[in-house]
Design a protein around this ligand. Structure first.
Ligand code: HEM
Length: 154
């Protein structure tokens, strides 16, 4: 971690006029795409916004991964700037755990949507297990945002 934090790139993130603000801006955009789309999909699966076609949810989750990729790259960039601090930061580690669990659930949910959403739209019910997964995802991504924000303060 010391080597990462003393790298030329980490120094650029820490000291340049644009480094940190540009990465944090990208991080906000990535978060808006990933968490925004996952929230729409999961709220639809727990019974809200019934005018949103179930068949469109799988494609929305596909687009969400673009946001995840942006946050992985921008997050790793910011991480280098204070690697020795973040690796011992409780809020940060809890956030990463919530992000990985949330991403795992999105990856698990997408093929189910591809296979079954049309059937649900034609009168089948959304299985309880899928609704529970959607509810858990809403909680996990909320935890990721709150702990992400508190990382700088705790
Ligand atoms: C989609 C997944 C992610 C979400 C929703 C997310 C969310 C957040 C949030 C809400 C913040 C606070 C932003 C602010 O202070 O304005 C943040 C900051 C940060 N994130 Fe992420 N993040 C994600 C992925 C990652 C990944 C994969 C990493 C690194 C491996 C990472 C590293 C960081 C770092 C280092 C900060 C700065 C903390 C600080 O000092 O303020 N994030 N993230």
């Amino acid at each position: 971690m010391e080597a990462l934090e003393s790298s030329a790139f980490a120094d650029w993130v820490r000291t340049s006029f644009v480094g940190y603000p540009a990465l944090l801006t990208l991080h906000s955009v990535g978060m808006a795409i990933m968490v925004g789309l996952v929230f729409v999909v999961c709220l639809r699966l727990v019974g809200k916004f019934e005018s949103i076609p179930l068949a469109s949810l799988e494609k929305m989750l596909g687009l969400a991964w673009v946001g995840f990729a942006v946050n992985l790259i921008s997050g790793l960039g910011i991480f280098t700037s204070q690697a020795t601090f973040y690796i011992t930061s409780g809020p940060f580690l809890l956030k990463i755990a919530a992000v990985l669990a949330g991403a795992g659930m999105a990856a698990y949910l997408r093929p189910i949507l591809k296979r079954e959403a049309v059937g649900w739209a034609q009168g089948g019910a959304i299985p309880g297990g899928v609704r529970n997964l959607a509810m858990a995802s809403l909680v996990l991504w909320s935890v990721a945002i709150v702990t992400g924000r508190f990382t700088a303060y705790l």
